[in-house]
Design a binder for this molecule. Structure first.
Ligand code: 5AD
Ligand code: SF4
Length: 440
């Protein structure tokens, strides 16, 4: 029987996709995916450092693994991802969690098989963390979680240095994959049944700046739009400062690009946006929304918002609420500001009281949810095309999938995962829609 591995992933879709690559490498080495931590031989924790609660859940999990390793000394424990790019975290792991076997950073992912072989032979803690990014490594094996909907990284790193954000420190400088490598990967996937792809990057809108043959994200979208058998193109994340006229036009012109954009705004106050180093104003952002709605009046818009950034006054927060009401988001991720070691904002004074932060957070959530619910109600009685992703998480007898506007739909159907089916929406909920498939 083959040895088992289990990967626990914290954080964003970039991390999810890195874990798919780790799984691919492990399967190539003859391991197979295990079901529980207790029955696995290799455990990998792929970490996130974007907010403090992600750090805490990682250390909580490591605490649990300590006991597991006592009863199972052959177990190999590897920790990787964004947290390992922070020297103080690696020090903590070495000091407090010496039972860990392998520590590696985001730039060393491709070296995992070699590290594992070495660790299995010498059983000593090995640490592999490059401070700087190396060349992009192509053709790593990938074991995808979903075949119908595939993640494709198009660029790595970020040059923006938003003052609250750790990502430029953990993922390094911006660098883009060559378009021919991206097109080849997607073409192969589409030929093998993948219907939807999600292009990933910290700021996909600045794709191409590091390429020898300069091209931009809009050019890339036009090329991907031509790929045979592919039906849907999504991408995230877009930075408002780099959302060009050309890209907005491509949005309207490429029929495979889904009617949804995730456009993080972070705050509606120009003063706070400046302190965050976001490089746009509320007015500019609202103009972008207007332009997007001009090329696609049904476009769904989602965002990220941080509440309680240092110095945020009641007036600043009121500006955020005002922006939310003007844009009328389809959905939003909301975050309590969390200071990150080494970022400029960590040193900012005028910290917001926790109670005030929570009060604002709840008020924002209520405003957002009311709008989401109202927007979802407009779907009742409408026909939508849904790409089936699998069984519904809330009701085993139903399937679930998404509309091109990224709405989650639960419905009864005899169709299979990967099919796009017409569904009539019968009921709107706050975070999902109920429907019935129109089978033929
Ligand atoms: N505190 C709170 N939220 C943060 N984000 C990034 N860094 C922080 C932080 N220090 C949020 C931003 C970003 C999303 C991925 O996480 O909203 O868009
Ligand atoms: Fe972080 Fe800003 Fe880069 Fe996004 S654009 S990853 S928020 S620094």
């Amino acid at each position: 029987m083959s040895k088992k591995y289990l990967i626990t992933t914290f954080g964003c879709q970039m991390n999810e996709h890195d874990s798919e690559k780790l799984a691919g490498m492990l399967e190539n080495m003859g391991y197979s995916e295990g079901e529980t931590l207790e029955t696995s031989d290799i455990i990998v924790l792929n970490t996130c450092s974007v907010r403090e609660n992600a750090d805490l859940s990682f250390f909580g999990k490591l605490g649990y693994l300590k006991n597991l390793k006592k009863n199972h000394p052959d177990l190999t424990i590897s920790v990787c991802g964004c947290m390992m790019q922070q020297p103080h975290i690696v020090e903590t792991v070495k000091k407090k969690y010496p039972f860990v076997d392998i520590v590696f950073g985001t730039h060393n992912l491709h070296e995992f098989p070699q590290m594992l072989i070495e660790s299995l032979s010498n059983r000593e803690l090995s640490v592999h963390v490059w401070n700087e990014e190396g060349d992009i490594v192509e053709d790593l094996p990938v074991k995808r979680k979903l075949e119908t909907k595939a993640f494709i990284t198009i660029m790595y790193g970020c040059n923006n240095f938003c003052t609250y954000c750790i990502v430029p420190f953990t993922r390094g400088r911006e660098r883009s994959r060559k378009p021919e490598d991206i097109i080849r990967e997607i073409t192969e996937l589409a030929q093998n049944g993948t219907k939807e792809i999600m292009l990933l990057g910290q700021n996909v809108n600045s794709y191409g700046k590091t390429l020898e043959n300069r091209m931009d994200f809009a050019d890339l979208l036009y090329q991907i739009n031509e790929i045979k058998y592919l039906e849907r193109i999504r991408f995230m994340t877009s930075h408002p400062k780099d959302l060009s006229e050309k890209l907005i036009k491509a949005f309207g012109a490429c029929e495979k690009v889904c009617n949804h954009i995730h456009l993080p705004v972070q705050s509606g106050s120009n003063r706070i946006l400046k302190l965050m180093n976001r490089q746009y104003t509320k007015e500019h952002y609202l103009q972008l929304i207007e332009k997007l709605r001009m090329v696609d009046k049904n476009i769904a818009i989602s965002t990220d918002i941080i509440v309680g950034f240092p110095g945020e006054t009641e007036e600043d927060f009121a500006e955020t609420l005002d922006l939310v009401k003007k844009v009328r988001y389809d959905s939003a991720f909301t975050f309590l500001y969390s200071p990150r070691k080494g970022t400029p904002a960590e040193k900012y004074e005028d910290i917001i009281d926790e109670d005030i932060k929570h009060k604002r957070f709840n008020q924002l959530l209520k405003t957002l949810n009311d709008i989401t619910q109202e927007k979802n109600l407009l779907y009742e009685g409408e026909m939508v095309d849904v790409l089936i992703e699998g069984k519904s998480k809330t009701d085993e007898t139903k399937l679930s999938g998404r509309t091109t506007t990224n709405k989650l739909v639960n419905f009864k159907s005899n169709s299979k995962e990967g099919k796009i089916v017409p569904v009539r929406i019968t009921k709107a909920r706050t975070f999902s829609l109920e429907g019935e498939a129109i089978e033929n």
